[in-house]
Structure formats: structure tokens, C-alpha cells
Write a protein that binds this ligand. Structure first.
Ligand SMILES: [Zn+2]
Length: 221
């Protein structure tokens, strides 16, 4: 077989290194490389470069994969956060509805609810109970001397939160409300009066007079 020139080998070398040549060509090149150091070095350099390029590609692909993974993780995290917020809102609404919305009347109890006069004002004070609402309704009634005097009907309400949760949170509770000037006030009653006048003023007025006639005032001038 005649000698092949280095130039021809140089032309085929890239194909040879990529292993895309026929087996005959491969044999020819191999034979040449065994004899020619210069071409052999070129082939080795080419192989090394291809290896480096492959490595670079591999690293780029890995970086790309990692980036995609991070992106999908981020999206997943956002989705989780949104779902958590929605769940929290739903849960908070449920807790609110159960603990806060149903309220009931707190019956009068002179140990915990006191009405007294101090510095010309009348106060109601309650201690060791937690309430969810305080209601004070004003009405007028002529007194013995013929003047119109103010009567106050007060009452407290509780809900599950104030009854069972708040006592755990606050150790001592003592709250007072001012009911007005003692001179203007004739008496204070404790009793439940519906706050909605929507059912008719009659039922509201009836409830007020029912409290006044059915119970004794808890404070009187
Ligand atoms: Zn050569």
C-alpha cells in the first residue's frame, strides 16, 4: 500500500477521531499514526479537545437542569404558599364563626358585676369574667319629684372565645364603664334587651319595661 501523505491524514483526522470513517480508512489512518509522530500528536490533541468540549456540554446541561429544577421548585413553593394562605384564611374564618359569632346573655351575678358611685359618676365594674360585649340602653322615667330621670339597662354577653379562651390569656381582669353622672341617673337595671329595633319599636319598648318591672334595680339613687 502506498504511503499516504500527512496532508491527507490531516484532512481525515477529525472524522477519524469522531469515529465516523469506514473501517478501511480507520486502518489506513491507524497505520499512519503508528509511524508518524506529528499526526499522532495531532490526533491526541483532537481527542483531548473533543473530551473537553463534551465535558463543557455536560456541565452546561447540568447547569440547565439545575436551573430548571430550581425554577420548578420555586413555582412549587409559590403554589404551596398560596394554598397555605387560602387554608389559613378558611381556618381563621371557621374559628371566627365558631368562637366569636354565637353569643349569649351573661346573667347578673353580684359577686362579679358591681355598680357604684364615684366622684359624681356611676360606674359598672366587672371582674374575673371576660365578656364579648357590653350593652347599655338608656330610657327615661319620671322620678318622685316629677323630673324626668335617666334609667340605664345594662347587660353583658359572652361567646366561646371570651368564656373559655380569654381567661387563659389574661390573668386578672377588671373593667369598668361609666354609666353617666350620678345626678342624672335614677336607677340601673341589669337585663337583656334585644338591640334590633327591626322587630318593631313595641317589642323593644316592651322588653325595656319588662326588665324594669320584672327585676329590681342593681343600683338606685
Ligand atoms: Zn503524518
Amino acid at each position: 500500500m502506498e504511503e499516504i501523505s500527512c496532508r491527507v491524514i490531516q484532512d481525515i483526522l477529525p472524522l477519524y477521531v469522531d469515529e465516523v470513517v469506514s473501517s478501511d480508512t480507520k486502518l489506513l489512518v491507524r497505520e499512519h499514526l503508528e509511524k508518524c509522530e506529528s499526526c499522532r500528536r495531532d490526533a491526541e490533541n483532537m481527542r483531548r479537545n473533543i473530551g473537553a468540549a463534551d465535558l463543557e456540554n455536560f456541565e452546561r446541561e447540568q447547569a440547565e437542569t439545575l436551573k430548571n429544577l430550581k425554577r420548578s421548585l420555586k413555582q412549587k413553593r409559590i403554589k404551596t404558599a398560596v394554598i397555605s394562605v387560602i387554608l389559613a384564611v378558611v381556618l381563621a374564618s371557621a374559628v371566627y364563626c365558631v368562637l366569636l359569632l354565637p353569643t349569649w346573655y351573661v346573667p347578673y351575678d353580684e359577686e362579679h358585676i358591681k355598680v357604684f358611685e364615684e366622684d359624681g359618676n356611676v360606674y359598672v365594674e366587672y371582674r374575673d369574667i371576660e365578656i364579648s360585649g357590653y350593652y347599655s340602653i338608656e330610657t327615661e322615667k319620671p322620678s318622685a319629684d316629677g323630673d324626668m330621670k335617666t334609667i340605664r339597662i345594662i347587660y353583658f354577653k359572652q361567646n366561646l372565645w371570651s368564656r373559655y379562651v380569654e381567661p387563659l390569656l389574661s390573668k386578672e381582669s377588671q373593667v369598668r364603664y361609666c354609666l353617666g353622672e350620678a345626678n342624672d341617673l335614677q336607677s340601673v337595671y341589669y337585663g337583656e334587651v334585644p338591640l334590633k329595633r327591626g322587630n318593631g319599636i313595641d317589642s323593644y319598648e316592651n322588653a325595656i319595661s319588662k326588665v324594669i318591672t320584672d327585676s329590681a334595680p342593681i343600683w338606685e339613687r
